[in-house]
Design a protein around this ligand. Structure first.
Ligand code: SF4
Ligand code: SF3
Length: 527
């Protein structure tokens, strides 16, 4: 196997051998490559996104999302996905499979060609492929709420087609940037889907206490699954706790109205094997990030949508959560309230500071900047992960001066979101914008501030210090670059799929730099 799509890749260069660091086996990796190669074949069969059926775009979205890190470890479901791609391809290019001509009109792509390509070409194609994998996750969350964007969908075919072509840097680089452009559209679509369906998020304090009695923990990004679970558990004496990227759900009016949505349990994905070990409750996994379940809690893991792990109970498209509900009642939860804390000992966290909430107090923010009360904004967030170097982000936030504001998002926030850093001008110093896709919200806030001050986003007293792990971070980074945002600090390490030349390009054009130490970076950014 060869895979280097995520931050924890072996030796910072690539997972090879029998399994990846994430637990993905070589057989699963091979099938995921086959699936990607078949999706490139499907992209070819669309003839430049001109020949499609109503199934074409959902298949691209689901197929790509299946290959995101920590989503699917199950050969069976990947094979089923492959079959769907082949069936669809046969519909778009009928007769192709029986034809002896070598026109390549709908041929599948051999991913080994990509992994063995010249390093700059491999680097650019990886940015495109991993970027659209991440974007597909967001497109999927929007799709399940009934929102699709034709321009975004067509780009999936364009990007995959490009990965399969024998193109040079000049042709590939603009497509890399286009991933960022189209992902901005995709995140805007998801923002619209979430807010039109569940209301505009409002600042909310979320307890970390788990009350006695039966409960279910729900993790991942899919608000639709949470809503259905809340409906199905209402009045049944079962409490619901968010975990990981589900925390921002507490800010949405139409989700927080459920009295049995009680609080948040645990922290970011990489701690799940420890956090779930003794949990007297089932855990429902929507989207990533699933780790191979340990025997101590494997009987309590339920998956849904594209998340899949061999032998775990999967809740299919009918979304009947009865098995999870039964398990919660059977396990019964804790006999006494459990007073859990965050990583830094805090008893609550806050969320719900999306663009709607922050911009409703824009005057206050602008006045505080003008009065010199707020010197600088930091956007510190992104994916969390297991590397010890990630304590950088906790230390960075702890060391920020009292006249600075920290905007945060995604699961990286668990490193510091229980810290009480006080307020400035009535605003909390730490504001959680939401999930990783709410990077869209962060962009809206930055653009509005730039307009208010009559300057560009790069001229604002704003620095971005981002952590990355999986492919959604790749598409978000490309969106920020597409918007011309400069001097982003990225950590804990730079992606293995950036070749020296591609990295040089990013450094020269965008001033992107790896994180160093909190002290040195703070000094530099506050200059
Ligand atoms: Fe390795 Fe990451 Fe690929 Fe898993 S997803 S095999 S950890 S590079
Ligand atoms: Fe975290 Fe997986 Fe990326 Fe949505 S839950 S940010 S790592």
């Amino acid at each position: 196997m060869f895979c280097f799509q995520c931050e924890q890749t072996a030796g910072c260069s690539g997972c090879t051998g029998k399994a990846g660091v994430c637990g993905k086996t070589a057989d699963v990796a091979k099938l995921q490559d086959e699936l990607t190669g078949a999706l490139i074949g499907l992209a070819r069969a669309t003839g430049g996104a001109t020949v499609t059926t109503p199934d074409t775009w959902p298949i691209f979205i689901e197929g790509l999302f299946t290959t995101v890190t920590n989503v699917n470890f199950n050969e069976k479901t990947i094979r089923a996905m492959l079959d769907r791609v082949e069936t669809e391809k046969a519909k778009l290019a009928p007769g192709c499979s029986a034809c002896a001509s070598s026109c390549g009109r709908s041929d599948n792509y051999d991913m080994n060609e990509l992994w063995n390509a010249q390093e700059d070409i491999r680097s650019l194609k990886s940015l495109i492929l991993f970027g659209v994998r991440g974007m597909a996750a967001y497109a999927h969350h929007a799709m399940v709420l009934g929102y699709m964007d034709d321009e975004v969908n067509r780009f999936f075919a364009k990007a995959l087609f490009a990965v399969g072509e024998d193109w040079g840097m000049d042709e590939l680089l603009p497509i890399v940037m286009e991933v960022g452009e189209k992902n901005l559209k995709c995140m805007a679509l998801l923002d619209q889907a979430n807010t039109e369906t569940y209301g505009t998020p409002a600042p909310t304090t979320v307890p970390l206490t788990v009350e006695k009695g039966p409960f279910i923990v729900i993790t991942g990004h899919d608000l639709h699954d949470l809503k259905l679970l809340l409906e199905q558990t209402e009045g049944k004496g079962i409490n619901i706790y968010t975990h990981g990227e589900m925390l921002p759900a507490h800010g949405y009016p139409k989700l927080k109205k459920y009295a049995h949505l009680k609080g948040n349990f645990g922290t970011a994905w990489q701690n799940q094997q420890k956090e779930f070990a003794n949990l007297p409750a089932p855990i429902l996994f929507t989207t990533n990030c699933l780790m191979p379940p340990k025997p101590s809690y494997a009987d309590r893991v339920y998956t849904t949508a594209l998340v899949s792990y061999p032998e775990m109970t999967h809740i299919g498209g009918e979304k009947d959560f009865t098995p999870v509900i039964k398990k919660a009642l059977e396990l019964g939860g804790y006999t006494e309230d459990q007073d859990f804390t965050g990583i830094n000992g805090g008893h609550t966290v806050t969320t719900g500071f999306g663009h709607g909430a922050v911009l409703s107090v824009a005057d206050k923010v602008i006045d505080a900047v003008k009065a010199g009360d707020i010197r600088h904004f930091f956007l510190v967030g992104g994916c969390d992960g297991a590397r010890p170097g990630r304590s950088y982000f906790t230390d960075f936030v702890k060391q920020t001066p009292a006249d600075t504001v920290i905007l945060t998002l995604a699961c990286g926030k668990y490193r510091f979101n229980d810290l009480d850093l006080g307020t400035i001008g009535g605003l909390p110093r730490i504001m959680d914008i939401g999930q990783c896709n709410d990077a869209y919200s962060a962009i809206q806030i930055a653009v509005a501030l730039a307009e208010a001050f009559g300057c560009g986003v790069n001229d604002l007293p704003l620095s971005m210090v981002l952590s990355w792990y999986e492919q959604k971070a790749v598409c978000i980074l490309l969106t920020l670059l597409h918007l011309g945002i400069k001097n982003i600090r990225l950590g804990p390490t730079l992606p293995a799929f950036l070749s020296p030349n591609v990295l040089n390009y990013l450094v020269e054009h965008f001033g992107i730099a790896p994180v160093t130490t909190p002290e040195a970076d703070l000094k530099e950014l506050l200059k």
